[in-house]
Design a protein around this ligand. Structure first.
Ligand code: G4P
Length: 312
């Protein structure tokens, strides 16, 4: 289930997150390895600023390995411990405990030197909806105790799951709100299924997805659907080619673009187009630079307009 995020919703969730974060030493932030930037809530850095931080790149099985390595370096350079995970299979999950222990090493040693015999590490999982928090916790704990489904924030009666003798996890994950300010970020969240499909009609989504894939890896589309196209071809024409190839027709013989787009998105989400990462750190830099330029141009235009108005 997806949830829509309204300002009131976010304020309440932020308060709950703040409350829960204050109880833990380590925040384990789950990201979708296919969209590490777009699936990262920027406010978590402020919320968890005094905590030890682990970035879990989940759904690694669906992401391009080279791109995952680039993102790992990017986050490591920003000071995060990074763990690559496939929460369905459970790969990488056990490394999370080790990463937390490593981060806490100095603090634990200091406390032990002061005479404390037992220093437990308390942690929590956080991430936007659908990033795999419940799957991760279920696998981490080893049985299906964590509830699936989306609930904003964390349950009131705090429950701790003991993973190891000295490692505890808050039983319910902190759900972060996805960020929608940028169109590109919103689209990528929609492509991966992180936000409700109702936000965008499926045909537009399919066309926008093909548009992005033209710069990410157009060959994935060519190969999967056994079609030919040029990089300058219009995305909606490519969508029609896919539908035609699959024989999706509506009455009158026209291509059923809606069905085609739905299949395309389902196949991408299911990994059938291949291992695909939709963004790289350099794309984000370009996107932010473009945004800054647009804002500057807008300000200049506003200024000019005001000056001309004054002259009149
Ligand atoms: P959440 O608690 O953060 O909201 O996410 P949840 O665990 O419910 O996982 C969301 C979807 O992502 C689930 O698919 C789950 O199986 C899938 N998933 C989680 N981790 C991984 C991973 O490492 N690799 C892959 N390939 N998939 C993963 P679903 O049950 O089909 O849900 P939905 O997509 O229909 O919402």
């Amino acid at each position: 289930m997806n949830i829509q995020w309204y300002p009131g919703h976010m304020t309440k969730t932020r308060r709950m997150m703040q409350e829960n974060i204050s109880l833990v030493d380590v925040v384990i932030e789950l990201l979708d390895a296919r969209i590490p930037y777009s699936s990262k809530n920027p406010d978590i850095d402020e919320l968890a600023k005094n905590k030890y931080r682990i970035v879990v790149m989940n759904k690694c099985d669906l992401a391009d390995e080279k791109s995952t390595a680039i993102w790992t370096k990017y986050f490591e350079e920003k000071g995060f411990k990074v763990v690559l995970v496939n929460a369905i299979k459970g790969t990488g999950i056990s490394e999370v405990t080790n990463a937390a222990k490593e981060l806490m090493k100095e603090k634990i040693e200091k406390q032990k030197a002061r005479g404390r015999i037992f220093v437990p590490i308390r942690s929590m999982i956080a991430g936007i909806p659908n990033v795999g928090k419940s799957t991760f916790i279920n696998k981490y704990v080893g049985k299906t105790t964590a509830k699936t489904g989306d609930k904003p924030g964390v349950t009131r009666g705090k429950q701790w799951i003991r993973i190891k003798k000295d490692f505890e996890l808050l039983d319910t994950p902190g759900i972060l709100w996805p960020k929608f300010e940028d169109k590109e970020v919103g689209l990528k969240l929609a492509f991966t299924g992180a936000i409700n499909d109702d936000i965008l009609d499926i045909q537009t989504m399919g066309v926008e997805f093909i548009n992005l894939m033209m710069s990410v890896d157009a060959d994935c589309i060519r190969k999967r659907y056994n079609i030919e196209f040029d990089s300058i071809d219009e995305p909606h024409e490519i969508l029609a080619k896919i539908g035609e190839k699959r024989g999706f027709k509506i009455r009158g013989g026209e291509v059923d673009l809606e069905r085609t787009a739905k299949i395309l998105m389902d196949e991408f989400r299911g990994g059938k187009l291949g291992k695909i990462t939709l963004e790289l750190p350099e794309d984000i830099k370009n996107m932010n630079e473009r945004k800054a330029e647009e804002e500057k141009a807008k300000k200049e235009a506003d200024y000019k307009r005001k000056q001309e108005f004054k002259k009149k």
